[in-house]
Design a protein. Structure first.
Length: 286
């Protein structure tokens, strides 16, 4: 939304990660926990009843889910499915290597806006690798690549939704495939796609090192993985700063199986083998 000095608000209809952020506003509450905080539950119920202006988008707090859990979320079930339909579309956000920052739709359909104050046409298109402008401080780019922090938050949010809805709530993944998965399976598939950036593919090459032959082939470098700032939305190539361990390092959390999970070679898409550490050793069970 562009807010002008004269009070005019102009919607900018760009298909970007901004539209996926409501996913992050989710939490499940266990009945045993609620029993210990009756004042919190009383205040929450008061807000839901007396302040519909604040709570009209909040999930149905009073409806128990799996295990009698309660859900706090900005997305009710039908809105969640509508959002995931767009997010899991390969022609939109779903890349072979994770969720893109901007929809691939804009590759053929750039968003344009004429700025009267600047006297020129501004546009947003799909740029999966390096930025084509200096708007983002050099080579940083939020117009198409894959960024680990937001992908991690998406996965964590999906796991929380599954904790409430359980296995009966399913969505098509990928969109248009005719294959319906639980939200937890979708989260696992996104983890697999992110992991595949660093793991050797069928040709023995790591997508992260595409276009970097020395790191790809030299025995002194090929098994020492760099944690890039972001990754090409089409080929998974590492882009930007190459030592961005501070957030890309969370791949370790995705590679580590959660309690009750195991690494199976016959898992999702026949490729849960990807959930192995980048140095060729199995990750120890949680």
């Amino acid at each position: 939304m562009l807010n002008l000095p004269d009070g005019q608000a102009i919607p900018l209809r760009v298909r970007s990660l901004v539209g996926l952020i409501p996913l992050f506003a989710v939490e499940t509450l266990e009945p045993k926990l609620l029993a210990k905080v009756p004042d919190f539950q009383r205040r929450m119920e008061w807000f839901l009843e007396h302040r519909p202006d604040l709570t009209k988008l909040v999930s149905r707090w009073s409806v128990p889910g799996i295990g009698e859990r309660r859900l706090l979320s900005l997305l009710r079930g039908h809105r969640l499915k509508a959002l995931l339909k767009r997010m899991l579309d390969p022609g939109e956000f779903l890349s072979d290597y994770g969720i893109r920052a901007v929809s691939r739709f804009h590759k053929q359909h750039p968003f344009s806006y004429w700025s009267p104050s600047l006297g020129k046409l501004l546009s947003v298109d799909y740029e999966p690798g390096e930025s084509q402008s200096r708007l983002f401080g050099g080579n940083s780019n939020w117009r198409g690549p894959i960024w680990f922090p937001v992908n991690f938050l998406i996965i964590e949010s999906l796991q929380k939704f599954h904790h409430y809805y359980g296995d009966d709530f399913k969505v098509e993944c990928p969109t248009g495939s005719g294959r319906f998965w639980t939200i937890d399976q979708v989260a696992a598939e996104l983890s697999r796609r992110l992991a595949s950036i660093f793991l050797k593919n069928a040709a023995g090459a790591r997508p992260v090192n595409a276009l970097y032959p020395k790191f790809q082939q030299d025995p002194n470098f090929r098994d020492y993985i760099l944690f890039h700032e972001y990754f090409d939305g089409e080929v998974g190539r590492g882009v930007g700063a190459s030592h961005q361990t501070g957030w890309t390092g969370i791949i370790a959390k995705l590679l580590q199986p959660r309690e009750g999970y195991s690494l199976k070679e016959d898992g999702l898409c026949g490729s849960d083998k990807a959930l192995v550490d980048t140095f060729g050793q199995s990750v120890p069970a949680a």
